[in-house]
Design a protein around this ligand. Structure first.
Ligand code: NAI
Length: 350
């Protein structure tokens, strides 16, 4: 199968492959669209079972970034990169240095930031090689780690979902099952705990689970049971594909909303969630806080007040998606996809 025939190709403007035998760099950079501006999205550093899996991930994440940036009304297109983690020993700094150099070849059509598996240091190494990297920690316009803003956006979005679906104006006393306690998931737990929600949590990293138990009084749940919790909300904050036919059949919640990208294994899962009367907060709408924060940096003048204004817009957009889905009897994922495509592709343009 060629890239052009890939089921997730979705008319990508460009897909770039970089290979460097010396550093063991193997990277896929997918640029879905630059219609609204340079394609922006993080770089994922991950051990993939195969290079085909890496390509699929890059294509799906890249399209999601296009949709996310359009729904957040940012002057950015969508792209995403994956760097395949080498098997065995490797020089991490040299690998990210080479990656940064290769990014220059795209001439700014793709701007990277941090994603799963990357550290702040990795980003600094990249930034020393290329201007096409955001999420910096120093300098007048530095926006730093976007995760706390992503978590805040998810929390605000869940508040909107709770009002809409449960007719409650607070999360106090609600039970939230959080899958994944990384940079975003753990921060989200903090907001939920402060709001009086009770938490069940799961992570493949036992230390993170212990921290959530100690800090938020969360209940630890095995990773393959977190979606089964008899809770009000399921918040996927790990990797993609949390909603599958199997997990869907075991969900007992009223709302699904979290930070993870590509939560639906297939688009049909969105329709199935609606059929089960579960309100799904489309991932690329509710988790846009991080890219909003990065957009503030890219504007050349970071202002937290602007970021907060955009988070208010995120809430309004989410509510519009919920209300349109109800009035048109459609899945929220279908409504969001349609809105995003309309914002990206103006009729008549090629
Ligand atoms: P992270 O790498 O800090 O955290 C991910 C966590 O998920 C880790 O603690 C990991 O151990 C855990 N995990 C992995 N597989 C798991 C499993 N099967 N069950 C339970 N836990 C598992 O990543 P981060 O930054 O917190 O991002 C989380 C998700 O949110 C990712 O899908 C990411 O793409 C997405 N996202 C992150 C943004 C950000 O600002 N960091 C912005 C928008 C989306």
């Amino acid at each position: 199968m060629s890239v052009l025939d890939h089921p997730d190709f979705d008319a990508h403007e460009g897909v770039h492959f970089f290979y460097d035998p010396q550093t063991q760099l193997r990277a896929v950079i997918a640029v879905h669209s630059t219609r609204r501006g340079p394609a922006a999205g993080g770089t994922r550093f991950w051990s993939y079972a195969s290079s085909a899996d890496a390509l699929t991930d890059a294509l799906r994440l890249s399209k999601a970034m296009s949709f996310k940036n359009a729904m957040a009304d940012l002057p950015l297109g969508g792209g995403k990169a994956v760097v395949l983690r080498p098997d065995g020993a490797f020089d991490r700094d040299a690998l990210f240095q080479k990656y940064g150099q290769r990014l220059n070849r795209l001439g700014g059509s793709y701007i990277t930031a941090e994603d799963v598996g990357m550290t702040t240091r990795d980003l600094e190494i990249i930034q020393a090689e290329t201007p096409y990297a955001a999420g910096v920690t120093t300098g007048p316009s530095a926006s730093g780690d976007p995760s706390p803003i992503t978590a805040k956006g998810v929390f605000l979005g869940l508040q909107v979902a709770v009002v809409h679906r449960l007719k409650k104006d607070s999360l106090r006393g609600l039970h939230v099952a959080v899958q994944g306690l990384g940079n975003v998931g753990f921060n989200l737990c903090g907001h939920l705990h402060d709001a009086g929600a009770c938490l069940s949590v799961a992570d493949i990293n036992p230390e993170r689970v212990q921290n959530a138990v100690a800090e938020f009084g969360a209940k630890a749940v095995p990773i393959d049971e977190i979606h089964q919790c008899d809770a009000d909300i399921f918040a996927p904050c790990a990797l993609g594909g949390a909603i599958t036919p199997h997990t869907l059949s075991e969900l007992k919640v009223a709302i699904v909303g979290g930070a993870a990208n590509n939560q639906l294994l297939t688009p049909e899962m969105g329709v199935a969630l609606r059929q089960q009367n579960i309100l799904y907060c489309p991932d690329y709408v509710i988790n846009a806080g991080g890219i909003i924060n990065i957009a503030a940096e890219l504007s050349g003048r970071y202002e937290l007040s602007w970021v907060n204004l955009k988070l208010e817009q995120l809430k309004e957009t989410l509510l519009t998606v919920f209300e349109t889905a109800d009035s048109q009897n459609k899945a929220t994922s279908e409504v969001a996809d349609q809105m995003a495509r309309e914002r990206i592709f103006s009729p008549g343009e090629d």
